[in-house]
Design a protein around this ligand. Structure first.
Ligand code: ARG
Length: 461
């Protein structure tokens, strides 16, 4: 007796090489609590179907409680001969309830519907945890935005100076994708809220068991509509892996900016000592390791998703053992985000922004040239011409190594008579910011509203 769940038609146990390959207890043991919860619900429907009498149900539930306590206490753990979490826990049940009663629980269920259900239960729990962690990062971004209401910075496109923006506007631009990630997790949960339990191996159960009762007990909205789909599909697992990868990529984009901002050349931010590291050889070093690890681990999260999709591609219906490979990628995604989210939240919350330097750089690189063009448009000049004239201003400044606001009245008039001294009213960062006052723009009034909107969205999730 190898302890396997399928010995009857075999003349001997599995080869060592097969047993080693087949084994999953080293990663699926984290589902033990959920497997036992499923077993309790399954025992109740067996009872309702007349397959366990009152005393047997009581005995079964007592043994499952003992097993649960022993698993939690670490007293009961998988043995070398256990193939997976399900076989280990059946062994544990039989040790506690005896072979006659313990042997009755497997009726009408298969590891195929058990595992499909448990993965959904696990990912639904984790989606809530990860969502809370993402909201902590959003909180840090909103706090920093709130702490710097008027600070300007150079807004960039192509990493080149483009137009001045508010630092708060830029920080909130990182918050919105993360808020959408939390919405994605909640949306995933709506679809994952259907229980495959009762699907059996693939065709459903013949024993008069009630999948809806099991689903309700396990916190699902209902049972799946199709037992083949219930046991063979893993699109929900892939969806979870996608959202995890998207969160990783969003954290990576924040991180890349922090890494650049913390350089001597940018000097936009200083990292807090508690969220930076030193060098073993260069005493002066202060490194942005949190941001680098976030950037690095986003690659790993992408790998979890692509690896899973590659596993699923080409699998015929229904269950195939390949599907055992669905768990490690998402477990890795859960563990990775569990480490990453608090670290990124802390790093962002403790950044010191050098607002004087940001303000000084905000108008540089001729970042107010668009404001000249738009001022000319308000004077009735067609934008095509206005764009040309503002470009000519930049050319003159570049030749003389001066800034746009250094152009004299004569130099302006020489470029074009339409460029009267009044154009200087838009040649300030404050003016440029305040003028972009439509919804979504960087004007301080709009950004203040935006911050409240972001906080409101966060509270509603
Ligand atoms: N450990 C398997 C998995 O994770 C579940 C067991 C199904 N095994 C089987 N031979 N039908 O998918």
């Amino acid at each position: 007796a190898s302890g396997a769940l399928w010995g009857g038609r075999f003349s001997g146990g599995p080869a060592d090489a097969l047993a080693a390959l087949s084994k999953s207890t080293h990663f699926d043991w984290r589902l033990a609590r959920l497997d036992i919860a499923g077993s309790r619900a399954h025992a109740r429907v067996l009872h309702r179907a007349g397959l366990l009498d009152e005393a047997e149900l009581e005995g079964m539930l007592t043994a499952l409680d003992q097993l649960d306590a022993d698993v939690t206490a670490g007293v009961f753990t998988p043995a070398v001969e256990d193939e997976d979490v399900h076989s280990a826990l059946e062994r544990g049940l039989i040790e506690r309830a005896g072979p006659v009663l313990g042997g009755k629980l497997r009726a009408g269920r298969s590891r195929n519907d058990q595992i499909a259900t448990q993965v959904r239960m696990y990912l639904r729990e984790q989606a809530t945890m990860i969502g809370a962690g993402v909201l902590d990062v959003v909180d840090s971004l909103c706090e920093q935005a709130a702490a710097h209401p008027g600070a300007a910075m150079p807004g960039r496109t192509h990493l080149q100076h483009a137009q001045p923006v508010l630092l708060a506007h830029h920080l909130l631009a990182h918050a919105w994708p993360l808020l959408r990630d939390v919405e994605r997790l909640q949306d995933f949960d709506r679809r994952a809220a259907y229980s495959p339990y009762g699907s059996g191996a693939l065709a459903g159960s013949s024993l008069g068991l009630d999948p809806a009762a099991v689903a309700a007990e396990l916190g699902f909205d209902g049972p799946v509509e199709n037992s083949i789909d219930g046991t063979a599909s893993r699109d929900l697992v892939a969806e979870f892996a996608f959202v995890s990868a998207m969160i990783g990529v969003n954290l990576s984009r924040i991180s890349e900016e922090v890494i650049v901002w913390a350089t001597k050349e940018f000097a936009f931010v200083t990292l807090h000592d508690s969220f930076s590291t030193g060098s073993s050889i260069m005493p002066q070093k202060k490194n942005p390791d949190v941001a680098e690890l976030a950037r690095g681990k986003s690659g790993r999260l992408i790998g979890d998703l692509t690896g899973l999709l590659a596993t699923l591609k080409g699998l015929p219906l229904a269950y195939n053992r390949d599907l055992q490979e669905d768990k490690e990628p998402v477990f890795d995604a859960v563990d990775t985000l569990g480490l990453l989210l608090p670290a990124v939240a802390g790093m962002v919350a403790t950044l010191t922004f050098h607002t004087d330097r940001l303000a000084e750089l905000a108008p540089q690189g001729f970042a107010l040239a668009t404001d000249i063009a738009e001022w000319l448009v308000r004077q009735g000049v067609p934008f095509r011409d206005a764009h040309e004239l503002a470009g000519a201003c930049v050319r003159v400044c570049e030749e003389r190594d001066i800034e746009l606001w250094d152009l004299t009245d004569e130099q302006l008039a020489q470029i074009d008579p339409a460029l009267t001294p009044a154009v200087r009213e838009v040649l300030s960062v404050e003016g440029a910011l305040a003028s972009r006052d439509a919804v979504g723009g960087t004007a301080p009034v709009r950004v203040a509203e935006q911050l409240e909107a972001a906080r409101g969205r966060a509270r509603s999730l």
